[in-house]
Design a protein around this ligand. Sequence first.
Ligand code: H79
Length: 701
Amino acid sequence: MKKLFIILLMCVIGLTAKGQVSQKAFQQWHGDKYSMFIHFGLYSQLGGVWNQKQIQDGYSEQIRAFAQIPQNEYEKIAGEFNPAKFNADSIALLAKRAGMHSIIFTSKHHDGFCLFKTATTPFNSYDATPCKRDFVKELSEAAKRHGLRFGLYFSLIDWHYPYASPMSPHNADFITDAHHEYSKQQLKELLTHYGNISELWFDMGSNTPAQSKELYELVHKYQPDCMVSGRLGNDQYDFCVMADNDYPEKTLHAPWQSAASMFNETWGYRSWQARGKVEDKVREKTLSLINVVSRGGNYLLNIGPKGNGDIVPFEKEVLEQVGKWLSLYGYAIYQTEASPFQEEFAWGEVTRKNNHLYLFLSGKYPQEGKITLHMPGYTLQKGDGKMATYLQYGDEVVLTIPASAYKDKQIHVLTLDFDKKIEPLPEHTVKSMVLTPQNATPQYSYSCFDYYTNYRSITGYSWNFEQLLLKQLELIYTSQEAGRKIDLILDGKTYHVTLDKGKEQKATPLSNTVWGKTYVCGPGSGIFHSADTLCADLQQAPVAGKSWEQTAKEEGSFNCPPFCSYYILREIESPRSQYIMAEIGAGNGVEVYLNGKLITRHLNPYRTKFRTEKVILPLEKGKNQVILRSYNRFENQATYLLRPAEEPKAYRQDVILPDALNGKEHTLVLKPHNPSSPHTDAELSNLRIRLRRIAIKGQRN
Ligand code: H79
């Protein structure tokens, strides 16, 4: 008899996949929360001025590009570079007073000038300057002396190296083979001459997947516990980084960091920067630190010392005052986890640690001073008596706070102690017997090719559901998922399942399902990072100044330079709500929206010109609208395909639980098993899971 079910095997999953940092190193990095970024180099000497002119465009550390300084003129600055005031010990001591746990220093920025002694080029701070100093050495040693960890910024583009791609306005250039080898030599020096390196902050360029992988492995060969930044690209990194000064709307399920400059306009020293009031900047940066940490991230705040090595007094004061606030409230920042709540609160932010919940009164004073927290299953044991009164009614914890708590310039923090360790609280409880991507709480990370092609990826789905008795799960999927390996984590136990095709079924749509004409709109923005909803219809185009044009072709392509996208729209009339299968095709990246809501979004990891796939569309009764976005990063054309799938088939596979589950509330997490990177999209938006109270072997309804 054909085996119609599989017995689940519990498997022990290692804490980290091969090549990644150890869990201990990750925990240390994650707990540190707050670090100092330093932009220092030849550009610091210019301070944003060239030929007596303030260079307004671009960041001041990139002044060579924005003021179009010829190479030989720029090299001359090295001949005068003598930062007598650069004192690594005072910088490390400032970082300590600021409450920071590590220092990340620009070993080489885009200008190619190395702040360390290197055998690879004379264009370095030891050989090309009168000062003959190795700043990486000085800072690495000072950091160690003062109990700080030390990491390096390293630019993947280099405007000085003669065999690199030429300077461009976007800095996301391809890396030549010779340049890649040159970077490897410099990285080997940096990773072997300066003791422990806590993180390597790669920046810009556009690596191939092979180049990213090789550098990722090179770092871990010499420093197994060094955390690698997201700008290495191609999902080959330990922590995600968004655009400069950016952070995600929601908590990510992967380590992430927000890199912030003191002023949005520059990272390197700019002598003529309008700085405003210290107290306003202190509040701005304290709020950013709180926002980042409450979403589970690390905050990397930059200073840009002057060319003589002096720290700008304004920046020093800001750091010291944030440090003062941290000396009072650091317990609610360091070693904490993200807010357990899925929703945001107007009154402020939240973090948690063990059974403690920390409320930051950083937003607007709530109506009548009332804060209500929905915490099913938790009992409040103690509230912070100084500033609020506390009551618990069933699942709700209600605080009353006096207006004075918000009038103070300082941001106050309240501690609430509960009866047990606080875990993330579910967004909602699913009442349906079918768990779908649409009723799930997605788990997010950031996936990217490079700086301009990044997006919030969905690396897994989780559901909270009510079910008194659960004996069996039925997995429903398409031929596209067949053969893949997934992990189902049910109430904390991991089951490893191979999608072995189960029983094949035709998935023919209802007979009077009608696909309408095809419309196109474009070219649109090339930046892939976009919202999870798309408010467009035939009257409203997604690209400003463009309209939808009818086309006779379900499949086609448009000539357009890299970094652009085209939108394709079709209407589908459905006699009732049903799941149907569409066939789609796109270039380097794809997004599909149904009735304005995102169905799937991911990059084409193989960077092929065109990739087709199947997408399940949960249609509503009546008129539906599907929009495909085909994104082009590397080609000179954007290609699309959008039509009903031919001979659609579904697979149904039974998963019988070794022990029936009892109890009311359960959680299920769905993830790919051993993904190539924890940041890559799971591509599991076609899978749905039916819950069964009784085990049915080989029988379908
Ligand atoms: O080192 C800092 C920057 O110099 C570097 N990353 C941080 C940590 C960086 N290099 N390139 N980019 C970031 C991409 C930035 C692109 C832009 Fe812009 C920022 C486009 C618009 C704002 C640069 C600044 C170009 C125009 C203004």
